[in-house]
Every structure is written in C-alpha cells, then in structure tokens.
Design a protein. Structure first.
Length: 264
C-alpha cells in the first residue's frame, strides 16, 4: 500500500499501522537483542560471583524498616535494573532517532501527530514490558524468591524499563549525535542503579537517593522480595519519572514534527 493511501485514512485506521512500524523499529535492533539474550545472564552470573553471600542492611523508607538481606540476591536486583535501563533506553533511543526524519515526512504528508505520539508511547510500553519480563525470568536461574517477591521484582523492572525507555525517547528527539545519547543512557543507568546497593556504596541508605529514577522501583522490588512489603507509593514514584520523561520527549517530538503549514 502506498504512503499516500495510508495518510488519507482517518486516525483510527492510521494508528494500527503507526503502532506496527513503531514496534518493528524498536525490535529490529540486533545488537540490543543480543545484549538481552546473552548479556543479561552473563551479567547476572558475574555480579552473583562478585557479590557473594554477605549480609547487608537495606532501608525501606516508606516504613522505616531496615532489612537484613543477602548481598548476592540484592545485587541480582540491581544488576537486573541496570540491564533493563541500558537495553530499554538503547532500543528506544536508536529507533526514535533513526525514524525522526521519516516521521516528519509523514506529518508533512498529512499523518496525524497525535497518532504518531500515541503509537510511539504504546510501543515503548510493549517493548519495555517484554525486556523487563525476560530480565526477571533470567533471575530465576540463580535465585528463586517467593511468587509475590518475583512479581515485585518484575514490577520494579517494568517500571524502570518504562522510565529509561521514556528517557531514550526524549534523547532520541533531543540530542544531535548517537554517541551522546548512548553515553547518557549507559552512564546514567550505571550510576543510578548501583548507587542503590549498599554493597560497596555507603550512601545507599541515605535520603539523597530518593531523587534518582531507580529509587522507587528498587524500593518496591526489595520490599516485596525480602520483606513481603508492597510499597505501591514507591512504584508510583517510578511511574512519575517515566511520565515526566515521556511528556517532555513527546512535546519535543511534537515540535520537531510539526507540519510546515502549522509552523508558519
């Protein structure tokens, strides 16, 4: 079907096509797929071997409770969060950046901006959820938490994947070169997630970490996995970060893909 035929469709008929292409763009990255399939289990094995079974103190800020947790298992959570931040951010950033020029052409040809915005948002959710699910399943090869604990880890991974997927979207429409975006995602994710782990980081239980995007997901995952505590407020805090990154990124996307007729 020709592009001109597609753009003449009403928005409700444009949306499935836009969603299909958005998901395709975000899942065709072979390097990201290789990282997901191979890097995640290798990273878990490495972190588990390095962490050992040292007992650590981990503070739940919502209740004030200090948990005595196995350092190796806690490190598996932070390692999983790190994998998710890097892969989700990388996938979305690469796809959005490469498709931006084509998206502008679609809008100029009559494609609805709201349709593209909605499709990209839903595509980020789908891809982030898939990455989080695989990463959470890979944990089970080294650690078998309770069913509720595993779902808490999955929820934490999903929210941080949404957050860094949204950050990847923002960087994809904002930065000028690939290297800048990759550096910000990789280094930001590394610092963000591993600062939450008291193993080797004396600031892990300090209030300053509340201002980091991974704080809420880490609190929720650790609380559910080690303390049977459901911290919905902290999961919501992570969603606020995801919503903020998405909102700014989609506004920039809207501006950069405006029709020439509207830009005058």
């Amino acid at each position: 079907m020709r592009t001109s035929d597609t753009v003449r469709r009403p928005p409700y008929r444009q949306f499935p096509t836009a969603l299909r292409f958005s998901v395709r763009d975000q899942t065709r990255n072979r390097l990201a797929g290789l990282l997901l399939v191979l890097f995640v289990p290798v990273w878990y094995l490495l972190m588990d071997a390095m962490a050992g079974g040292e007992v650590l103190e981990f503070r739940l800020y919502a209740t004030g409770e200090v948990l005595q947790v196995d350092g190796g298992r806690l490190t598996l959570i932070t390692a999983g969060l790190n994998c998710v931040t890097m892969i989700a951010g990388f996938v979305v950033f690469d796809a959005v950046r490469k498709a931006l020029l084509f998206d502008r052409r679609l809008v100029f040809a009559g494609y609805g901006q709201a349709v593209l915005v909605g499709a990209k948002t839903l595509a980020v959710v789908v891809v982030a959820a898939a990455i989080a699910l695989y990463t959470a399943l890979a944990v089970l090869f080294l650690w078998r938490p309770s069913v509720g604990g595993w779902f808490a880890v999955l929820a934490g991974f999903t929210v941080i994947a949404l957050t860094y997927g949204a950050l990847g979207l923002l960087l994809g429409v904002l930065v000028k070169r690939d290297l800048e975006g990759f550096f910000l995602i990789i280094m930001g994710g590394l610092m963000d997630t591993f600062l939450q782990n008291p193993l080797g980081n004396p600031l892990a239980n300090e209030p300053v970490l509340r201002w980091f995007p991974s704080f809420g997901p880490m609190q929720f995952a650790a609380g559910g996995a080690f303390g049977d505590t459901v911290l919905w407020g902290h999961l919501g805090l992570g969603l606020l970060w995801a919503g903020a990154f998405s909102a700014v990124g989609l506004v920039v996307f809207w501006i950069r893909t405006r029709s020439r007729n509207h830009a005058r």
